[in-house]
Write a protein that binds this ligand. Structure first.
Ligand code: ADP
Ligand code: ZN
Length: 731
């Protein structure tokens, strides 16, 4: 029996997820004669432009007149379709964060360039048996270089043979060489798992064996909880080796780009090759290669920032999140997600092991380990046998420095001792610039950012006042803009530049280095300087939190924390945990290899529980107390939080909106709503910000509640923006 061919058969349409903030996928016609499958990457018309998206469903259940549908304009046949697990992951992240799935997909499809094969480059090859009519020594060198029959680029060949390009041209002309196409980038060689094995100590061996055993369990999670310098990296390298043995790819997430340099070298020492890098600083071309290599399997190991979690690995079998407690794993804008938590999800979906590593685990991970949800692997001692640093509090009320100075005499003595012995000192202050506040001595005028509720910070090296929130800067004026008095401005309090000034005046001969993310020269300079410190090319280093993370500085003996109270003052319930982690990490830089490390905490409250926990170096006491306090208050991980941030250019209007949104909150016994209140930073880039906070028990479906609230609440208008942050870092 014959049927009339309908206008569009069901398999002629596909739903395509597009990288925009809409709730779901859109339906398109598949071009005649073409085929797509779920995950196929395509280009489609969207409004007046075209965007790259991915087929999400090939038999979408839609009641749309096919005549009204637009057609897929391009199918990326060279790009591997996104596999089912990756698509599930995208949907999962969208559901969890209440973000648009298209915005999550956008983190996968970073650039169209990555989807196209790299253009081949011209090369030359020797034609077998062909001889030049006249042999010269230059020609001989070329032919000898090409003996193995492999193809070369022209420039590579002239370099290797030590001849000019015209010699090669002559051989081409004579038909001895021929032009060929070379693949643009040769696949990265796979890690050699036997290249240089480390002799693990017994505690490391036990931990490594358990990580290896985890591969047979499907998706389990391990917390490698080892003191600073305990050799966690060597331990999880063994897990990477196991992933390689099983033919799987591995991903290592690090919180800070500045860490990658040292990490790459360590990896190379163990496995004989460099892993692929993925972060915001790599060139688009390299990015494309890593993306395609992850998808094709040519790239076996990627080390990257949190966004590497969304690479389309063909056969991922292990994720490691190093420094898992670090707040940098949380993305705050667009789709607010925690790369640590989502790494656990990706492992769960694809049933492979995930390793979290830290010397100061997050309270969340500690609780999961205590409850047996995560395997808890403890490394109690330093791998080199070096003792942990000896920590001292310097009570600034009684033994602080004279007025206008910031380094106490006892700390100065220790620096002097280290310097005399050729050892290094690290002075830590989590404040960029010269001084956090500048004011007029005559009228009291304070310099504030016009776009943010923040003081301008003096950067003396650059002769500027800078806003750390929006980047606004102005020249430091000669007179007060308010009362006109000349030379009346005073800097209040220290930043790293001011500490450097004091150090230089006390140790004029010493090599002093400031490590701060905002100094001119960018990440390249930072990487160079990190290396200088590592190799002992600086005596006294002054740094912001950048230097606290994971670095291995073998000659570092003394660590001085200029203001140990700095993070404790704010009202954030995570303040204790964050300060404990930061100071634990910073002081952990001391004496890592040789021992004899000394740490000094300058504080006005030496009896504060965080300070005393650090001094006694009894980590468990701190966690026990902190976990009990969280449990009592119903705070994470015993309760769940979601923040609503409302922002808008008009303060009164935004305020009115957030109040009506608050009134529209569905009344449910389990949920407590706090606020509205001004956000911690009440204005950023000219937008006023208000915040609501929902607190619910752990088992409660908070996402469902939040979605329902937004659906039935008033709609934002007039430039208002509403952003949901599930599991916010700050509250
Ligand atoms: P962590 O990441 O736990 O802070 P690292 O992995 O950076 O510690 O190791 C600290 C130092 O100890 C490094 O210099 C490392 O090379 C060294 N190390 C690690 N394991 C061993 C070992 N088994 N034997 C000797 N040295 C080791
Ligand atoms: Zn600003």
């Amino acid at each position: 029996m014959l049927f009339d061919k309908p206008d569009a058969e069901p398999d002629n349409i596909a739903s395509v997820l597009v990288p925009v903030a809409v709730p779901g996928a859109y339906t398109y016609l598949v071009p005649p004669g073409e085929q797509v499958q779920p995950g196929t990457i395509v280009r489609v018309p969207l409004g007046t432009r075209e965007v790259v998206g991915a087929v999400w469903d090939i038999e979408p259940d839609v009641a749309i007149n096919p005549k009204k549908l637009k057609t897929i304009t391009h199918i990326y046949k060279d790009a591997r379709p996104l596999d089912a697990n990756l698509r599930r992951f995208v949907d999962w992240v969208a559901n969890w964060t209440l973000g648009a799935p298209g915005m999550v997909l956008r983190m996968v499809l970073r650039s169209e360039e990555a989807l196209l094969p790299e253009a081949p480059v011209p090369g030359v090859r020797r034609i077998e048996g062909a001889e030049p009519d006249r042999m010269t020594s230059a020609r001989q060198r070329v032919l000898a270089t090409m003996e193995d029959g492999l193809a070369w680029t022209k420039s590579g060949l002239s370099h290797a043979a030590g001849v000019s390009g015209s010699v090669i041209d002559g051989l081409l002309h004579q038909g001895v060489l021929e032009v060929v196409s070379l693949p643009a980038a040769l696949p990265t060689p796979p890690p050699d798992i036997d290249f240089a094995r480390t002799n693990l100590n017994p505690a490391q061996r036990r931990a490594a064996d358990q990580l290896i055993a985890a591969f047979d369990e499907g998706g389990s999670i391990s917390l490698v909880d080892g003191v600073t310098g305990s050799g966690k990296t060597e331990v999880y390298f063994e897990a990477i080796a196991e992933a390689m043995r099983r033919g799987k790819q591995a991903l290592i997430l690090l919180p800070e780009i500045a860490l990658t340099e040292q990490f790459l070298r360590r990896f190379e020492k163990r496995f004989g090759v460099y892993p692929a890098e993925w972060h915001s600083e790599i060139t688009p071309k390299k990015r494309g290669r890593v993306w395609r290599g992850a998808a094709s399997g040519d790239v076996r190991v990627v080390i990257g920032a949190r966004s590497a979690l969304f690479l389309p690995f063909v056969d991922l079998g292990l994720i490691i999140v190093d420094e898992e407690h670090d707040a940098a794993f949380k993305q705050d804008d667009r789709v607010p997600y925690s790369a640590r938590d989502m790494a656990v999800v990706r492992g769960h979906i694809s049933k492979f092991p995930v390793i979290l590593a830290s010397a100061t685990p997050s309270v969340e991970s500690r609780v999961n380990a205590d409850l047996g949800r995560y395997r808890h692997l403890v490394l109690p001692e330093r791998a080199t046998g070096a003792a942990m640093p000896e920590l001292h509090a310097i009570d600034m009320r009684h033994e602080g420095p004279e007025r206008g100075h910031w380094i106490a005499p006892r700390l100065l003595e220790a620096i002097k001792g280290a310097y005399g012995d050729g050892a290094q000192t690290l002075l830590f202050l989590n404040r960029r610039g010269y001084a956090p506040l500048t004011l007029c001595r005559t009228c009291g005028h304070r310099f504030q950012c016009g776009h943010c509720s923040a003081w301008l910070v003096e950067h003396r090296f650059q002769k500027r006042l800078v806003c750390h929130h929006c980047g606004h800067f102005e020249k430091v004026p000669e007179s007060c803009p308010s009362c006109g008095t000349v030379d009346s401005l005073v800097a209040c309090g220290p930043g790293v530049e001011r500490i450097a000034e004091e150090v230089c005046s006390k140790f004029p001969e010493a090599r002093v280095l400031v490590l701060s993310s905002d100094l001119p020269g960018g990440p390249d300079r930072l990487r160079r300087e990190m290396k200088i410190v590592e190799e002992g090319g600086a005596d006294i280093v002054i740094g912001t939190q950048l230097v606290a993370k994971g670095h291995n500085f073998p000659k570092m003996r003394v660590v001085g924390v200029i203001d140990a109270d700095l993070g404790l003052a704010n009202g954030d319930p995570r303040a204790a945990e964050k300060t404990f982690q930061l100071l634990g990490q910073v002081t952990g830089r001391a004496g890592r290899v040789t021992g004899g490390g000394l740490g000094f905490l300058q504080t006005y409250s030496p009896d504060h529980p965080v300070i005393s926990a650090l001094l006694s170096s009894n980590m468990d006491d701190f966690y026990t107390a902190e976990i009990a306090a969280r449990r009592a208050a119903g705070l994470p991980p015993f309760g769940r939080l979601a923040a609503v941030i409302v922002s808008g250019p008009d303060k009164v209007f935004a305020d009115g909106y957030v109040r009506s949104l608050s009134r529209a909150a569905p009344r449910v016994q389990a949920v407590t709503i706090l606020g509205p209140a001004e956000a911690a930073l009440a204005m950023v880039r000219g937008r006023y910000r208000f915040r609501l906070l929902a607190i619910a028990p752990r088992q409660f479906d908070l996402q469902g509640y939040m979605q329902h609230w937004l659906d039935c609440g008033p709609k934002p208008t007039k430039g208002l923006r509403v952003q949901i942050d599930i599991d916010p870092q700050h509250f």
